[in-house]
Design a protein around this ligand. Structure first.
Ligand code: AMP
Ligand code: ZN
Length: 472
């Protein structure tokens, strides 16, 4: 059937074919974080989804170039820098570093390119110049440069490709410097914001005076610079559809009209929001968890990743702590089976089992239906457990099952457990118990086993030695 994706551009699930005539290379652009604070796990739902898209494309044999920008200049960043002690660079680089550490904790692959807006000011200026040449940009009395939606439409372009807009509401000449203005106002948006007193020393020079770029133009400039004027896939959270992505289309298509009639982006993918108790997780509502809040409560990156990848990306997802406990038991079930398969397989190697790979691929080809894919995996795990219990699997068959799981997990990307997930004192108790057993001091060994149990851990004695497992 081939990979099918729901495209916000035409609201249809359609077969995916890359722009590359050889059918291999795929350019993917994900709107990255605005580094003014730690990202919350709502943001990470979208970023983990981007990682899933990249991994699945690679699983399907495509050669992916993944770009994720860093927005390191905006109103919130400027306000924070100017009210604090650190310099703009120290402040944004520190948060950028934390962001990529969090991404690694969540098992996300590093995107191939992570351009910073402030390092592409020259490209942004060039793009604005082209918009001037095409008659789509103008400088207003306040010194800022705006994009004229009216001129864009008059020159034969369509504004409102991702959303239905009431163009009668178009109020020519009305302008906004804000990147996130109200959804129902179709106002001209800022490409270049003239320097104000609040900006302090955070500004760049341009042909239109000192100032800084608008948010939307950053993504157009970096996407076109790295991936070309027409790309295959662009990803973001659903709140970015309008105005951010609509404005990216307007700027990019207004500047170069796409390559050979191709649109700026061929497939737009938008992840639905993560909710907490029925409300969108957001900084402004104060109902958010950063990744660090959750790891401090003892949850691991892989449990959080599993939870974020358990529901379909186009459905809103209700985040709960119970959900994380559920993720913990699901991973434990999965890994218990994988461990037993490893014990049975020994040093044997084999080609991956086809059947489970076929069901996994069928589910994922259908607009990345992870819930169906996990369903297939857990049915398969149940069957493997039965076969293991009844000694029905040869080492060769176990190795083949393991090879299939490795391919599947190249997409799910659940990282291996860190040994540090088992507290040091628990490891010591288990080692002492093992020493007692070796010394045939079974009384001490049993007492230590009970203590471990009281701490929430079970010791299982396997042919390969004792194994610790948390009690669900
Ligand atoms: P920001 O750093 O605010 O630009 O957001 C980074 C990404 O997170 C964007 O793609 C947003 O659409 C996305 N995002 C923001 N809030 C949520 C949420 N509650 N659930 C899922 N994605 C979100
Ligand atoms: Zn963007």
């Amino acid at each position: 059937m081939g990979l099918h994706l729901f495209n916000t551009l035409n609201k249809k699930t359609e077969g995916f074919t890359p722009l590359d005539p050889a059918g291999r290379g795929v350019g993917v652009y994900s709107c990255g974080p605005t580094v003014y604070d730690f990202a919350h796990i709502g943001n990470f739902r979208t970023f983990v989804f981007s990682d899933l898209v990249r991994r699945y494309l690679e699983f399907r044999g495509f050669d992916v170039r993944h770009v994720m920008n860093i927005t390191d200049v905006d109103d919130k960043i400027i306000a924070k820098v100017n009210s604090g002690q650190s310099t703009h660079t120290d402040f944004t680089r520190g948060l950028e570093k934390s962001f990529f550490e969090d991404m690694a904790t969540l098992g996300c692959l590093q995107p191939h390119y992570t351009p910073r807006a402030t390092e592409h000011i020259g490209d942004i200026i060039e793009l604005i110049k082209r918009l001037f040449e095409n008659g789509l940009a103008y400088q207003a009395a306040d010194g800022s440069v705006y994009f004229s939606i009216k001129k864009y439409i008059e020159s034969g372009h369509r504004y409102g490709q991702l959303v239905n807009l009431d163009l009668d509401q178009l109020r020519p000449g009305e302008r906004t410097k804000h990147d996130e203005y109200a959804k129902d106002s179709i106002a001209d948006f800022a490409l270049w914001k003239a320097r104000t007193a609040e900006d302090g020393e955070i500004y760049w020079r341009s042909p239109w005076g000192e100032g800084r770029p608008g948010w939307h133009i950053e993504c157009s400039a970096m996407s076109m610079k790295i991936l070309g004027s027409s790309i295959d896939i662009h990803i973001g959270g659903e709140d970015l559809i309008f105005p951010h992505h609509e404005d990216e289309i307007a700027q990019s298509e207004g500047a170069c009209g796409g390559t050979a009639g191709q649109p700026f982006v061929r497939y737009w993918l938008h992840a639905a929001h993560l909710f907490v108790e029925g409300k969108k997780m957001s900084k402004s509502l104060g109902n958010f968890f950063t990744l660090r809040d959750l790891t401090a409560q003892g949850f691991s990156g892989r449990e959080i990743r599993y939870l974020l990848l358990s529901g379909h990306y186009r459905e809103t997802f209700n985040f709960t702590i119970e959900g994380l406990h559920g993720a913990r038991s699901a991973i434990a079930r999965l890994e218990e089976c994988i461990l037993k398969l490893k014990e049975t397989a020994g040093a044997e190697t084999a080609v991956p089992e086809d059947e489970i790979l076929a069901s996994f691929t069928k589910a994922m080809d259908d607009d990345l239906n992870v819930s169906a894919a996990w369903g297939a995996v857990f049915d398969w795990i149940r069957e493997k457990n039965r076969q293991l219990a009844e000694n029905e699997l040869s080492p060769q068959q176990a190795a083949s099952a393991l090879a299939a799981w490795e391919k599947i997990n190249s997409v799910f990307g659940i990282p291996p457990a860190l040994t540090s997930e088992i507290p040091q004192e628990i490891i010591e108790l288990a080692e002492n118990r093992q020493a007692a057993r070796k010394a045939r001091d079974f009384e001490t060994a049993d007492r230590l086993r009970d203590r471990l149990k009281a701490e929430g851990w079970i010791v299982e004695d396997t042919p390969k030695g004792p194994r610790l497992k948390p009690i669900d």
